[in-house]
Write a protein that binds this ligand. Structure first.
Ligand code: LLP
Length: 423
């Protein structure tokens, strides 16, 4: 059962009434359900229970420390892409031996910080980065465990902005070049080769690209081991898609089917498997709660103007993403329905959360929940239009905690400084 469901006609997060959260914390507001993260994490780890594996949650999906801590309590590792994420993981006690560091442009400062933390593995994205990690590790008298992210030139059939595994993308090194890179890595000081890494994209809803990537990665592993490299793990990245539209008939593959696809190619190798799923774990564990400001009749169109906007949830604007929107008070089955656009107050035509939705017409003051907003929601929020950064609440059963408060206007404008010629 979903962690967000109607109880006596009112949408709840676990046992907490969303109306209560809206009146206590105000809107717009992200609400997360602990059980949502936990279930998805456990479902994904269970299917790999009979092989050595580590699920490193991709923190970029939702890096609130309360979320990271919820998953860390279950034993999750973390996939980080910046010093900021690494610091968040360490701040809530994620052990360094469960942290992998991905990303195409790690700076010297970030590499040094991660070396000092002695993390599990650097996922290296290029030859210059390999040389740099070697030099920095040697200078600090450390050994960096590394895997090289290969680009298998596979089209993940997803939105162009979240596809990463083809040669048109900036990520990884071409898979044909991997043997040469591994030979080079073996000779460089300060490095210990431990794995191979791949990540082909996000919101992938079909197993074929994973199948092709696993086949290529397994073949590369056999080749590299034949050349004398001692591999310990294969990292398949993340990317398994989720259901955004509960009314659609098509469903992304279940973790079980995904695991079978990967294991078909890798079981015989006996290597540890690492995964970096983010969206799969977080997306459906969160909603964006928003209040209707006005209902505005345009020429032949109805606009529901709400207090959340593109700066709070940019996915519809940036990726034409679909997020299902529901009324917090469950409409009567025979309530008249209308086709409408749900838009925010920001001064851009791209500022919408949903377009052409047929639903019971809300009224001014009503609460709406934008579903599947637990991943890539709050983390991509900004203060555009000098709007206050959206707060976050985590629910656990019948309890809740504000895990990021709404900043004040003093916080928002207080960071600006006037130069001496203007003050
Ligand atoms: N590992 C690496 C190296 C990645 O680049 C990503 C996502 C992941 C793991 C996690 O992928 P996931 O399991 O979440 O699909 N902002 C976009 C998504 C960007 C994904 C970037 N990389 C969105 O809102 O759809």
């Amino acid at each position: 059962m979903s962690s967000f469901a109607y109880r006596s006609g009112v949408l709840h997060a676990e046992e907490v009434d969303l109306r209560d959260l809206a009146s206590t914390v105000g809107t717009p507001l992200y609400v997360y359900a602990s059980a949502g993260f936990e279930k998805q994490y456990l479902d994904m780890t269970r299917v790999f229970a009979d092989v050595p594996s580590l699920a490193c949650y991709a923190m970029k999906a939702n890096s609130n420390q309360a979320v990271v801590a919820t998953l860390a309590r279950l034993g999750a590792g973390m996939d980080v892409v910046s010093e900021g994420e690494l610091r968040r993981a360490r701040a809530v006690g994620v052990p360094p031996e469960k942290i992998v560091f991905s990303g195409v442009g790690k700076t010297q400062g970030e590499i040094n910080y991660a070396l000092d933390q002695d993390i599990l593995c650097f996922n290296v994205e290029s030859e210059p980065e390999l040389e740099q990690i070697s030099a920095l590790a040697s200078a600090r008298g450390r050994v960096a465990r590394i895997s090289i992210r290969v680009n298998p030139d596979i089209d993940a059939n997803t939105h162009a902005k979240i596809s990463t595994g083809t040669y048109a993308n900036k990520f990884g090194i071409p898979i044909e070049d991997a043997p040469r890179m591994y030979a080079k890595a073996a000779k460089l000081p300060g490095l210990s080769i431990t794995g191979i890494d791949v990540h082909i994209g996000s919101q992938i809803t079909d197993l074929a690209p994973f199948d092709a990537a696993a086949e290529r990665l397994a073949a590369l592993a056999v080749h590299l081991m034949g050349e004398g490299h001692r591999l310990e793990h294969l990292d398949f990245g993340g990317g398994l898609g989720v259901t955004y539209d509960p009314q659609s008939n098509s469903r992304p593959p279940e973790p079980q089917a995904y695991a079978q696809t990967i294991l078909r190619h890798t079981r015989k190798l006996g290597l540890k498997l690492i995964f970096e799923h983010g969206r799969l774990i977080a997306a459906n564990a969160g909603v964006l709660l928003t209040r209707v400001i006005h209902v505005k009749q345009g020429a032949g169109k109805t606009f529901v103007v709400v207090d959340a906007a593109m700066n709070d949830l940019i996915r519809p604007t940036l990726y034409e993403a679909y997020h299902h929107v529901v009324n917090v008070i469950e409409p009567a089955p025979d309530a008249p329905r209308e086709t409408l656009d749900i838009v925010g107050p920001v001064c851009e035509s791209g500022d919408y959360l949903a377009q052409k939705r047929t639903m019971a017409l809300p009224r001014s003051g009503d609460l709406l929940a934008v579903l599947s907003a637990g991943a890539y929601g709050a983390v991509q929020a900004s203060t555009y239009n000098s709007r206050l950064l959206v707060p976050e609440v985590l629910v656990k059963g019948n309890r809740f905690a504000v895990v990021r408060p709404r900043l004040s206007y003093e916080d928002l404008i207080g960071l600006d400084r006037l130069p001496d010629w203007l003050s």
